[in-house]
Design a protein around this ligand. Structure first.
Ligand code: GLU
Length: 336
């Protein structure tokens, strides 16, 4: 299994010192560093410690190149971004049909933490809202809580190529204040949608939200999906090929909170964001984008991160349904 040193050494041998694409990213970084709109999440005190100026952009290509500018080593908690990848692990553990009995894949215009279940099936709407993410975490196999968490962390390592730690103060705060999540979990237990080990599952959910990542990890998460489930640097498979499609389609329709429609329209890339300030976005068969800036807009998405993704999508024609010739040619710049 690859470790952080392996990833680091492969990266430093591959990443170009300078290139037109890196210059472009530097310009983007400069352009949006001065954008100070938005607010740092403060529903728990640990998140409020983030600095508003933190800003990192990383792009990882499917052929293993990494381009990064700004604070790409700064660690922060992955939060809701974990939901997409845990959904992938649940699919591997149980298959598409069973997972879909427990969690629907329907977008909702409701807030991510709404206490709403499908009236007919009692399923939560999708794996990206909290109720759906808790039901998804409930599906993660393992003989006890330690083994379930270990499997989840191994899964993350498969994508990023390095070991991850849990931010324990964030975990304890999430657990200590997450009454709404607990209420949803117990409502689902009432309907028989989650198992009796729901307290253990809630811990697992709070732990998955508290995994520490940086912008480079976010780029590797999405680059691995863009590369059909194989980490482009370590060459390790992180998710079975057959479920890559499931994960990225739910990211496209539900990944950006209740701005997912607007995002699909403007950016047109499957993506997931989290209240820690991260965004991971997939340009299938091309690259993954990871951005980090903790200032969040009203919908909970990173203000600078959204801008960066909009520009990248427009300038390189990355929108899934783009038909016009982009101003910059990705193939000429970085993908040969
Ligand atoms: N840990 C958060 C919660 O369950 C998720 C925050 C997010 O949306 O990133 O409330």
């Amino acid at each position: 299994m690859a470790n952080s040193e392996n990833l680091q050494s492969s990266v430093s041998s591959i990443a170009p010192v300078t290139s037109p694409f890196l210059n472009y990213l530097n310009e983007l970084h400069q352009k949006y560093q001065s954008l100070n709109d938005g607010k740092i999440a403060d529903y728990i005190p640990e998140l409020a410690l983030a600095k508003p100026e933190w800003f990192g952009i990383c792009v990882a290509t499917v052929d293993g190149q990494l381009f990064e500018v700004g604070n790409c080593d700064q660690l922060f908690t992955v939060q809701s971004i974990s939901k997409a990848f845990v959904f992938g692990l649940a699919l591997e553990d149980h298959g598409r049909e069973y997972v879909n009995c427990k969690v629907s894949v329907e977008p909702t215009g409701e807030a991510f933490n709404s206490i709403v279940l499908d009236e007919i099936t009692n399923r939560p709407y999708n794996p990206m809202v909290n109720a759906g993410a808790i039901a998804t975490a409930d599906l993660i196999k393992g003989k006890n809580s330690t083994e379930r968490l270990k499997r989840l962390l191994e899964m993350f390592k498969g994508y990023t190529g390095r070991d991850h730690d849990i931010n324990v103060p964030v975990f304890l705060s999430e657990k200590g204040t997450g009454f709404r999540n607990k209420a949803m979990a117990y409502l689902m237990l009432n309907f028989g949608m989650v198992s009796e080990k729901i307290d253990e599952t809630l811990d697992l959910y709070f732990q998955q939200c508290s995994i520490m990542v940086n912008a480079r990890d976010l780029a590797m998460l999405s680059a691995t999906l863009a590369n059909g489930g194989i980490n482009p640097i370590t060459k390790q498979r992180a998710i079975a090929e057959e479920y890559v499609r499931d994960v990225i389609s739910v990211m496209l329709t539900c990944g950006m909170y209740d701005a997912s429609g607007e995002w699909a329209y403007r950016v047109g890339l499957p993506a997931k964001s989290g209240v820690g300030g991260g965004i991971t976005a997939v340009a299938l068969r091309k690259l993954g984008v990871g951005t980090f800036s903790p200032l969040l807009d009203k919908k909970g998405n990173s203000t600078r991160g959204v801008k960066v993704c909009e520009d990248l999508s427009r300038d390189f024609g990355l929108h899934l349904f783009n038909v016009v010739k982009p101003t910059h040619n990705l193939e000429e710049w970085i993908l040969r």
